[in-house]
Design a protein around this ligand. Structure first.
Ligand code: ADP
Length: 470
């Protein structure tokens, strides 16, 4: 049995702001089937401490980044977890990164460096019964783990750094070096220095044994200047250790046949009809089955290309349901765009997210870049046809309804490129035209619903990677 310590700032269903949580929450069960035991290390947010059961203290740290801390081992939501109880760092309600003013907590680098430091201690055997074969670090919040193991020396486990989104470098001022448990010589170009500051993500990319990202296309894109966010040189140098493993989805949480959040459960496209009617009613849209219902479930940020969709709204060939939160100006623009055809819901709501996937006809993902993307995978499983920008994981998971794919009967959705208001508008029109062809549409839906978007194949790939390092 290979044992893995997973280190991340989010873990579904305990704490989630995006796809990262879905992935770290799903991997333990998926990997158990492959003979890998994953334990997840998580900051002691109020939500994490509240979810923890059968907790035993396993490590006392009288002074960790300016205060006392202890590590609690137990289970939470059925997952084996280690929760770092450090009130001076984590006893803050709500969002894991943002204060009440909507800004990042200024000590975020230190909060997550403390988490990484504890992971590194465990990696070196601080608690002998919890010594992992491999540490899997997710995104910048865990990026210091491979660096700390490197700089502090001694025997260490294998390390994997997974990039869920390269757009978050985890920057800290150089003056914080010692607070991040790093020695002075770490501040160098072949260390953690990144354009005059420290990047916690770079620390991971530099020193992890293997780097993965969440789709093969994104793994290639991030080695280019266009998508490399300043890391492309480093990533090209590490190309032999870099690979893409697509995300799966939790097919028990996201199963239209058993989903408790739906008014009507279903397993064929026909079963979606009452869900569409209910969604239209709920949103105050005309209850018209012939009207294509487009939808978005997304963070409202520049990455997601939502501003391009705004530009297309006047000529939208159907209705739009939008669920999202994010940048204030995008939220305001969608609120202002409300019309008989456009129903914005500004907020974060799991129930709405499920009901939209079950009721909408077309799920839009017009991202500027997309490491993997999960919402198009949920859409496939729920029979909402995805319409996506041809980038990153979107390119890898949707089969475009071009004439050849339609003739072969394999298409599952629509892709377009490059991302402009004109190309998106054309794709919207194309989708609406296909929607008016019931046989074509049903084929798109059944192909999508039959696609394997589970964790089975990705879990096998991670298991092989872990074993190669254990
Ligand atoms: P990212 O991680 O970049 O935000 P993904 O597509 O990988 O994008 O994952 C987004 C996840 O967050 C999905 O599970 C999606 O359903 C969920 N989500 C995003 N916005 C909302 C919202 N406003 N309400 C509910 N769920 C949301």
């Amino acid at each position: 049995m290979t044992t893995v310590l997973s280190v991340a700032a989010e873990l579904y269903p305990i704490i989630k702001t995006g796809g990262l949580a879905d992935v770290t929450g799903a991997l333990p069960a998926a990997l158990a089937a492959e003979g890998v035991m994953i334990r997840s290390l998580l900051p002691g947010y109020p939500a994490a401490l509240a979810a923890l059961t059968a907790a035993t203290p396993v490590l006392d740290l009288p002074d960790l980044a300016g205060g006392p801390a202890r590590l609690l081992a137990g289970t939470a939501a059925g997952l084996a977890v280690l929760v770092l109880d450090a009130p001076h760092l984590y006893a803050r309600p709500g969002n894991p990164y943002l204060g009440p003013d909507g800004r990042d907590w200024p000590d975020n680098p230190i909060r997550f460096a403390a988490l990484s430091q504890v992971a590194a201690l465990l990696g070196r055997g601080a608690v002998p019964t919890l010594r992992p074969d491999v540490i899997h670090a997710h995104d910048w919040q865990a990026g210091l783990v491979p660096a700390l193991l490197h700089y502090h020396g001694g025997p260490r486990p294998g390390t994997v750094m997974t990039v869920h989104n390269l757009a978050f470098p985890g920057k800290a001022p150089s003056a914080m070096l010692a607070d991040l448990f790093l020695p002075p010589h770490a501040f160098a170009i072949d260390g953690v220095e990144f354009f005059g500051a420290i990047s916690l993500l770079k620390a991971g990319l530099q020193f992890a044994d293997r780097i993965t990202t969440v789709s093969p296309t994104y793994a290639a894109e991030i080695q280019t200047q266009d998508h490399g966010m300043g890391f492309d040189g480093l990533l090209r140098r590490r190309a032999a250790d870099l690979s893409g493993i697509l995300n799966g989805i939790d097919t028990t949480v996201w199963n239209p046949a058993t989903d408790p959040l739906l008014a009507t459960r279903y397993s064929t496209p026909e079963g979606r009809t009452p869900n569409k009617a209910a969604l239209q009613r709920e949103l105050g849209l005309a209850e018209d089955p012939a009207m294509p219902l487009f939808a978005v479930v997304s963070r409202l940020t520049d990455q997601k290309g939502i501003d391009i969709l705004l530009a297309c709204l006047p000529a939208l060939p159907g209705q739009l349901a939008l669920l999202g939160t994010g940048e204030r100006d995008l939220e305001a623009a969608f609120r202002a765009a409300r019309s008989p055809h456009v129903a914005p819901m500004i907020g974060y709501d799991e129930g709405h997210a499920h009901r939209i996937q079950a009721g909408a006809d077309i799920l839009l993902v017009p991202s500027r870049f997309e490491p993997c993307g999960l919402t198009q995978l949920y859409a496939l499983r729920y029979g909402a046809v995805p319409l996506v920008a041809r980038v990153g994981g979107l390119a890898d998971t949707v089969i475009d309804a071009n004439p050849a794919a339609l003739a072969a009967g394999v298409a599952t959705g629509f892709q377009f490129a490059p991302l402009t208001p004109e190309t998106l508008a054309a794709a919207l029109r194309q989708a609406a035209a296909r929607y008016a062809e019931p046989a074509t549409w049903r084929r798109l839906q059944t192909n999508g619903m039959a696609a394997d978007v589970s964790w089975r194949a990705p879990a096998r790939a991670y298991a092989a990677l872990y074993r190669s390092l254990a």
